[in-house]
Write a protein that binds this ligand. Structure first.
Ligand code: TUI
Length: 318
């Protein structure tokens, strides 16, 4: 029922669901599993060196014949290389994060690439629509990683009213109820990150996945507010050290020194005490590791059930 809408048609996918472009986590294996499951899998360019990123793009093409995407983190020094790789290999969809995507749109739109910026405010959504974005991901502060201020509940309907291009909701969605809620707010698609970390095909360290499975509703904290790059992750020894820096009003350089290389430490090495275990607030809802295709199918079945029941309850005045 939610299938074959504007987002599904735009992206050439079965279910209007995207997998977040998570640095160190979102590789060709994860992206292909999500795309083969009927969603849009996304490879994270993050700070990946161009030769390795190119191999990932080629690998994804061998693992799936369906569309997939590349997420370009605009703060990254390798962002320009990622844009050129997306162009050279005609990656069908590019999402952007953590900055202004004007250059990406200018370079890739003429090639037919679908460009979908991740935004965290109405003003930014309006700006990228004017620049030619095909859709936006409206990402609420419930998300893991680098975040904005507004909640998904408040951001999505305001962005949906402000732009004509379709809106994809992200932040705090982990099951079919969340998908139904996002659609109620005016979204025509959803993007999930934390839920897909806990899928069978995800290569994140088992201890990273375990931390998410063990998390509760208040397990996340925002680090680095003072740096201008607030990041949500699971509480651990590292975040306690960040709290200490915060308490003594440490300067930005100290935050950056403490944060450097921490995500890799958690995702690749499995150091969940001293690494940055980025995860969204919905981590507490996630209880099991399942194949991506099964996660997608069951979530949409649940969303349909929820919406059908609600429609009937509303009509019957319950
Ligand atoms: O980018 C993300 N999430 C991320 S990136 C990341 S890697 C990282 N590691 C350490 C420190 C910082 C980053 C981990 N998680 N999400 C998309 C997103 N974009 N969230 C918020 C924004 C955003 C913020 C400001 C987009 C645009 C913006 O301003 C642009 C403008 O022109 O005002």
């Amino acid at each position: 029922m939610l299938k074959n809408n504007r987002i599904a048609r735009l992206l050439g996918i079965e279910y209007p669901i995207l997998q977040g472009g998570m640095a160190w986590v979102a590789d060709a294996d994860l992206a292909a599993a999500v795309s083969n499951g009927g969603g849009l899998g996304i490879i994270a360019a993050a700070n990946v060196p161009p030769d390795i990123l190119e191999k990932q793009i080629l690998k994804a093409k061998t693992l799936t014949s369906r569309p997939f995407g590349l997420n370009i983190m605009l703060l990254s020094p390798t962002a320009e290389d990622a844009i050129e790789l997306a162009a050279a290999h005609r990656v069908p969809v590019v999402t952007t994060g953590a900055g202004a995507p004007g250059k990406v749109i200018e370079r890739l739109k003429p090639l037919g690439t679908i460009v979908v910026p991740v935004i965290a405010s109405v003003a930014h959504a309006r700006r990228v629509e004017k620049q030619g974005a095909d859709a936006v991901v409206a990402e609420g502060t419930e998300s893991g990683g680098h975040i904005g201020e507004s909640t998904t509940m408040t951001l999505v309907p305001q962005v949906a009213d402000a732009v004509k291009i379709p809106v994809i909701a992200a932040g705090g969605i982990g099951d079919g109820r969340g998908i139904a809620a996002a659609f109620a707010l005016g979204a025509e698609g959803v993007q999930l990150g934390t839920r897909f970390v806990c899928c069978s095909e995800c290569n994140a360290h088992p201890l990273y996945k375990q931390e998410i499975l063990a998390a509760g509703d208040r397990s996340t904290v925002i680090t680095g507010r003072r740096t201008g790059h607030p990041v949500r992750c699971l509480k651990n020894r590292l975040t306690q050290e960040f709290d200490k820096l915060e308490d003594r009003l440490a300067d930005v350089q100290e935050f950056e020194e403490l944060g450097s290389g921490r995500l890799r430490k958690a995702v690749v090495e499995g150091d969940v005490e001293w690494g940055s275990v980025m995860a969204g607030q919905i981590a507490g809802l996630i209880r099991e590791i399942r194949p991506a295709a099964e996660i997608i199918r069951t979530m949409f079945a649940e969303a349909e059930e929820v919406l059908t029941r609600l429609a009937s309850d509303f009509r019957n005045g319950e």
